[in-house]
Structure formats: structure tokens, C-alpha cells
Design a protein around this ligand. Sequence first.
Ligand SMILES: [Zn+2]
Length: 353
Amino acid sequence: MPFEEKPHYMQLPKQVLIGSNAIARLGEVGQNVTDSRKVVLISDKDVFQIVGNRLLDSLNEYKFDVETVSITGATTEAVDQAQQKIRKHKARLVIGCGGGSVIDTAKLSSARENHPFISVPTIASHDGLSSPRASIKQGGTSVSIQGHSPIAIIADTKIVAQAPFRFMAAGCGDLIANITAVRDWRLANNLGYEYYGDYAASLSIMSATIIMENSKMIRPNDIPSARLVLEALIASGIAMGIAGSSRPSSGAEHKFSHALDRISPKPALHGEQSGLGTIMMAYLHDIDWEEIRGALANIGAPTTAQQLDIDPKHIIKALVTAHEVNPQRYTILGNRGLTEEGAKRIAQYTGVI
Ligand SMILES: [Zn+2]
């Protein structure tokens, strides 16, 4: 039966500037995407200290009138604070430079004020740097909220290569997760629950495949590695922009990671947990989970709970409750999820615990 699809916008960035020292051309990119000179720059203390001057110099060169916002996390308060600054300054453009929290705050505050934003990631830890979705902390838990895609992305390969390698390895975990996410998407479509976009799915899988194939070449302090991972993350975010949802990059393995965020007293990085989830969900999908585990290990991304310093009992509990996260999104976990016995068997069999 063909699906009656509801129309959705495909959101795509207008410009992507990638390369070593790309950050120094922020002003030029800003000029390319807006006629206004009023801009709000969102970042955090550490990033301001390291690259703040270079960002401001570049914006000054193009005569931008800049207000800055320094945040400490992607919280509803931070988003409110940014929105107030945007309104007060009558800004027509928002720039977020930093890690996931900064990008997500810039994404959501600019979407709510109806102005475009430029994403300037300083680490490559997940595909939020290019996607329309934002993860915001409300009270104690993180919620995924629809924002909008960046109008431009500045991916500085040198800055990303120099960041602690753990982040880039996590980014690879988030990319490899596309393999099981797309399987889940197709499954939901086959069962008649939702539309499936072959193009977005293929683009998403391509990002995962390129990382799998190059898993032995990705290494710390290496600009070509940073470029490869950044390009894959950008393409993965674009796949979500095309699909109009996070479906191409978020399935049962992400439910597991979100469940772990709630359960574990000390959660690890999003991409690390998603990578672990991918190994186990690949087993459930009956695809080559050992190949996935091998690729993660080649990169230096964690493949066991021990490496993440997470108690095995929290892994089991996250597996058992994962299906309750975002229940309208159907995955291999079904509506009833795993039993404790089943969860234990899968985690042990795949060597996660
Ligand atoms: Zn993710």
C-alpha cells in the first residue's frame, strides 16, 4: 500500500565551509547568508578563551555588530537567555561556536526567534552539528526538540583534529548508529507505520559505511581524519534534514542511549553509548554485529560497558526500558521491549558486559 505522505520541508544548509583554519572566515560566511549586520554569538567560556578573538576579528572585519552569550549547558534557561539577547540586540543572525550544547542552544533559540543560525563546531562528537534536532535539558532529563537546520556550517578541520580524540571517536559511534537506525526505519515502514525515504536512508547509510571502511585510518591529531568524520556528520545531518526527522540516524540504539542517560548516574558521551547500542541492536536485526564492533574497536571507540565505566546492571535496565523512550517511534524493540533475561543474553553475547 502506498503511503499518503504529509508534506514536510527539506531543510538544507546554504553553505558549508570546511578546511583548516576555516573559522577565520566566519565574517565572510556571515555576509554570504544575511544582509543584516546584527549578530548574536553563542559559545562557552573555554571556547571563547581559545578561539573567541579569531571569531570576533573575523566578524569585525565584515563590520558585524556582535553581542555575545556564554552558556554552561544546553538548558531551557540557556535558550531563554539567548532568545532575550537576540531580541534585545535585534539580531538577524545567530552563530553557535562550540560543542553540542552550544550548537543546540543556538539552534533552538534562533529557530524560536525565526532567524537563521551558523553552526561552528569545535568537536565532532555527534551529528547534531548539522541536523534540525536539538537536545535540551529540562529539569533532570534531556528532551529532543525540533529546531531548524543551520543556514551555514563552518567545519574547521584543524580545531576538530586538535580536540581530545574521545570526541571524534564518539562521533564515529553516532555515525555507525545510522546502520541500525535505517533498519528500524525500514521495519516501521514495512509494518505500515510510517513513510520511508530511500534517498535520505541511502545518504545516512553512506555516512556510516565510509566510517566503517576507513576505521583503521581514523586517528588523533590528523586533519584528514577530522575532515572525513566532519563530512560524514554533515551528510548525516543533511539526511535528517531531507527526511524531516531524525529517523535516518536514530533508532533503537539511540533509545538505548537515551534510556542509559536516565538510568546511569554517570552517563558517557552520546555517540559512545549509541555505538554500544548499535552493536546490540545489530545483533537483534541479525546483521553483522561483529563487523560493527570491529570497526568501533579499530577507531578506538568503546565497545564495552567497562570502558565507559558503566555498571552492567544499568546496561540491562537501559535495554529493558529502551522501548519506552519516544514510544511512537517503532523499532526492532517492538512495543514490549526486551525481557531482563533477553537483555542480559544479548549484552553478554556481544561482549558489551
Ligand atoms: Zn545521535
